[in-house]
Design a protein around this ligand. Structure first.
Ligand code: ATP
Length: 294
């Protein structure tokens, strides 16, 4: 099925983590029909990641066709290498848009987004997406074997490397019980996965990709306590030592973040650690109380 169209193959191999919601093939077809929002320069080099420092420098952005309404408006943020930044704030404030610009799905209208000082507009999109791993709660796995799904993240991965990633993602404990192990078919004709198992496999895929930077959207999905613990353990390991931008909904993620940003109407509102914001930010206090009881 990967042979049908090279453009389709490219979409699937470069965007596996973002194909969400719809059946993957439908979504891929949809992506192909969309005019690309960004284009590589004729001789654009690949992004060279050294430390994984991320900076949004006075970024303004409006979605194409909605130019009159800026979604980000002078957004300034630096994420130090290896640190976790949690974005919190009301629905529609622009949190997901910040994540999309870091993945270079769009270019800013004004200002710039950089990784290790390189403006994302000056390097290839493919190299940006190789440097940034994405975990969404409803990441879709394609039909085909587990190994094939995971190799979308790193085509040259050996079976041993795949097993190691599954271990790290707390997924090996169930994969090892399957008769065909990592060669088991997923999807309609294959095994049925629980929500928590699906998430752990999505995390394993990013583990295998081993990016310097991770974007995590924690949009809540209901898991039982045991399953949630396994997912959180896997995420802890994934985020350790990587620069991460988390659209945060869990109280523990927010509390443990190196830096919390309250996003308000496309701008950085209050910013600090959990302890400092509890002291200094009435907005954060009320937001946190709301989340804490949710
Ligand atoms: P939520 O917490 O609900 O996910 P958010 O803070 O992540 O919200 P965004 O998803 O970034 O907010 O949305 C900011 C604004 O941009 C909203 O008004 C939204 O309708 C609009 N928007 C988001 N994605 C698109 C898109 N692909 N095309 C056009 N408008 C969009």
């Amino acid at each position: 099925w990967l042979r049908g169209s090279s453009a389709l193959t490219q979409v699937i191999t470069t965007l596996p983590e973002v194909i969400t919601g719809l059946a993957a093939s439908e979504r891929a077809a949809e992506l192909l029909e969309e005019r690309p929002a960004v284009a590589d320069g004729p001789h654009a080099p690949a992004l060279a990641v050294t430390d994984g420092r991320v900076a949004f420098e006075h970024v303004s952005f409006a979605y194409p066709g909605r130019a009159s309404r800026p979604v980000l408006d002078g957004f300034d943020l630096t994420i130090r290498p290896g640190q976790t930044t949690a974005l919190v704030g009301p629905s529609g404030a622009g949190k997901s848009t910040v994540a999309q610009l870091l993945l270079r799905f769009f270019d800013p209208v004004d200002g710039r987004v950089t990784i290790d000082g390189h403006d994302l507009r000056d390097v290839t999109q493919a190299s940006v997406r190789a440097a940034v791993g994405v975990v969404f709660q409803d990441s879709v796995l394609l039909s085909g074997s587990l190994a094939r799904n995971l190799r979308l993240a790193r085509p040259t991965a050996t079976d041993e490397e795949i097993e190691h990633a599954l271990h790290e993602a707390n997924a090996w404990e169930f994969v090892r019980t399957w008769d065909d192990g990592i060669h088991t078919e997923l999807g309609e004709r294959g095994v049925t996965l629980s929500g928590g198992q699906r998430q752990r496999l999505a995390i394993a895929r990013v583990m295998l990709k081993d990016p310097a930077i991770v974007v995590l959207d924690e949009a809540t999905s209901a898991l039982d306590a045991a399953s949630e613990r396994l997912v959180l353990g896997a995420l802890d390991r994934l985020l350790a030592g990587r620069t991460s931008l988390v659209i945060a909904h869990r109280v523990t993620t927010i509390r443990d973040a190196d830096q919390i940003v309250v996003v308000e109407r496309g701008r950085v509102g209050d910013i600090g650690t959990h302890a400092s914001l509890l002291q200094s930010s009435a907005t954060y206090r009320s937001y946190y109380r709301e989340q804490a009881v949710a």
